[in-house]
Design a protein around this ligand. Structure first.
Ligand code: AP5
Length: 205
């Protein structure tokens, strides 16, 4: 199964991706996680660190290269879930061509839909456990006392609002793009994590 998760910052893509990937035994391929890992290891060029800190996108060729390489890894041979990629029409075109060149295709592009006012609260109160990568929320999914929490540099309110604007300008055009290809499934991302998981499973079944 080859899936794409679309949706604005804070929609729950990462949270749902972890559950679906475990159930379907496919890897979660998150460009955001890959870029943050490169930053933590000091491998991310300064201009990309700056773009992410402002809530802007990094250049298409950077993420296209990351995805091309990561999806060739042995654990992705039978499928993968792309979380946060593609985000622009050129990225979507490159993905389509890359998969066609490998004689495989996407099964579905799933869009998680959540109103903007909820997204800000979800992102600003998100915390991630550095050791496990587990995603928590200070209000909706409190972390255990032993978690080693990290507050993402781009999860401060003004930056979250920039990221939402970037999403509306750059990424929302992908919904009609995948709808035209007959691949788009829209899922209501409101409600508990478990309720949303049930809707996602139904949409991809
Ligand atoms: P990325 O890391 O991809 O961030 P994002 O798309 O902005 O998405 P988020 O990780 O913020 O949100 P999410 O939808 O995964 O929500 P989550 O599950 O964590 O990208 C970061 C940056 O990297 C970009 O700004 C850009 O600079 C760069 N980048 C990445 N990919 C790129 C690309 N392809 N091209 C160019 N640049 C790229 O949930 C959020 C919170 O809500 C959590 O606290 C969670 O616990 C909580 N929550 C989740 N579901 C629920 C629920 N149902 N009820 C209550 N709370 C919930």
């Amino acid at each position: 199964m080859r899936l794409v998760f679309l949706g604005p910052p804070g929609a729950g893509k990462g949270t749902q991706a972890k559950v679906i990937c475990e159930k379907r035994s496919i890897p979660q391929v998150s460009t955001g996680d890959m870029l943050r890992a490169a930053k933590a290891e000091g491998r991310l060029p300064a201009e990309l660190v700056e773009a992410m800190a402002k809530g802007a996108l990094v250049p298409d060729d950077v993420v296209i290269g990351l995805i091309a390489e990561r999806t060739l890894a042995p654990d992705a041979a039978n499928g993968f879930l792309l979380d946060g990629f593609p985000r622009t029409a050129p990225q979507a075109d490159s993905l389509g061509k890359m998969l066609a060149g490998r004689n495989v295709k996407l099964d579905c592009a799933l869009a998680l839909e959540v109103p903007r006012e909820l997204l800000v609260e979800r992102a600003v109160l998100r915390r991630t456990d550095k050791r496990t990568g587990q995603i928590y929320h200070l209000k909706y999914k409190p972390p255990p006392p032993d978690a080693v929490l990290e507050h993402r540099a781009d999860d401060h309110e003004d930056i979250v609002k920039n990221r939402l604007d970037t999403y509306e300008k750059m990424t929302s055009e992908l919904l009609p793009y995948y709808a035209k290809l007959g691949m788009l499934k829209r899922v209501d991302g409101q409600g508990t994590v478990e309720e949303v998981t049930q809707r996602v499973l139904q949409a991809i079944s």
